[in-house]
Design a protein around this ligand. Structure first.
Ligand SMILES: Nc1ncnc2c1ncn2[C@@H]1O[C@H](COP(=O)(O)OP(=O)(O)OP(=O)(O)O)[C@@H](O)[C@H]1O
Ligand SMILES: [Mg+2]
Length: 322
């Protein structure tokens, strides 16, 4: 990890005076949050409205089988961006089975905020197995992580940090960023209140699946699963699991995670939807025989009901359509 230079207050002032120019054009949503405080203008609010619609539309069109994700993320991100004075950075923790859309959703969020999406220099992705592979180096990682975040937020208050594979982080490492997620106006002259932190993990996936399966077995619709019931299940299970990355984490017991976002396991019909999109994207005519054949190649669980895709839609981008 390379630490970017901390530009400090001068740059912060430049951002306030000329937010749209200082950021990339499509990061206006975030710039708006900053400028709304100064201008309080209706014009800015209406642009933020455009952002909400775009994000919602993107989810409706591109994200399958995740009614809760759609609801929570749109609400969380838009109310954060509409808030001229957030008291803390936005912190989302995305949980669920493999291939259900966690990275995909973080990409959609980034694309709706920054012109270059994940490639924006204001979006930073940490992958535990790549950036934090050795438990013994935890002290070093803590120091690097803190100075990396401090440096980047000094450069741009509206930075986004995505932590992938949180469940593979050395236990305790995540707590090193606690000060940045808390309700401080400034820490050593730097304000973290406009930043966005997104955590991704498979932790809690079994519990989410249990809830989904119970719902299905009792004849209820998937859409009847409530956020509240999953929220409690996920936060308890990751807090009490030694391998979740959040084991006894102060981020949880101090309520610093604003939203737990549960991803439901995907069913056969969702896999087919993914296949259709992938065929269209690659320029193939959508042939229902091929759609079924590709969806049939995936295995489904539990053994008896064969309801949920073991790999979600993860293998679809590499599927063979010939
Ligand atoms: N709910 C979904 N709706 C539409 N497409 C999806 C969905 N879930 C996954 N996909 C497709 O599958 C690909 C892989 O999904 P993604 O990488 O987001 O899974 P993940 O939840 O991060 O899995 P893992 O836990 O293994 O990291 C996506 O790029 C997308 O093409
Ligand atoms: Mg992933």
């Amino acid at each position: 990890m390379k630490l970017r230079s901390a530009a400090g207050a001068a740059l912060g002032l430049a951002l306030l005076l000329s937010p749209v120019r200082a950021l990339e054009p499509v990061s206006m949503g975030l710039a708006l949050a900053g400028t709304a405080a100064i201008a309080g203008s209706l014009f800015l609010c209406s642009l933020a409205g455009v952002f909400v619609t775009a994000l919602q539309k993107d989810f409706q069109k591109r994200l399958f089988g995740q009614h809760l994700v759609q609801k929570v993320v749109v609400k969380a991100v838009t109310s954060f961006l509409n808030n001229a004075n957030p008291k803390k950075p936005l912190t989302l923790s995305l949980h669920g089975w493999t291939g259900t859309g966690k990275n995909y959703v973080s990409r959609i969020i980034a694309e709706n905020i920054y012109k270059a999406g994940l490639n924006s220099k204001y979006v930073h992705l940490f992958v535990s197995t790549l950036h934090f592979p050795h438990k013994s180096k935890i002290e070093q990682y803590m120091e690097d992580l803190q100075s990396w975040i401090r440096g980047n937020v000094s450069d741009c208050a509206q930075s986004m940090f995505i932590f992938d594979e949180v469940d593979k982080m050395p236990p305790g490492l995540i707590d090193s960023i606690k000060p940045f997620l808390d309700y401080y106006e400034k820490l050593d002259g730097v304000s973290y209140q406009e930043a966005i932190f997104i955590f991704l993990s498979n932790a809690g996936a079994e519990k989410i699946t249990e809830v989904a399966l119970d719902c299905w077995r009792s004849g209820k619709k998937r859409e009847d699963i409530s956020l509240k019931e999953l929220n409690d299940v996920v936060s308890h299970s990751v807090f009490n699991n030694k391998n979740s990355g959040f084991w006894h984490s102060r981020l949880i017991d101090r309520n610093l995670i604003d939203f737990f976002v549960p991803f439901l396991p995907l069913e056969y019909k969702h896999v087919k939807m993914c296949v259709r999109v992938e065929m269209e994207t690659r320029g193939y005519p959508v042939d229902e025989d091929i759609v079924s054949r590709v969806a049939d190649e995936i295995t489904y669980f539990p053994e008896e009901e064969k309801l949920y895709s073991r790999k979600g839609c993860k293998t679809i981008p590499n599927a063979d359509f010939d």
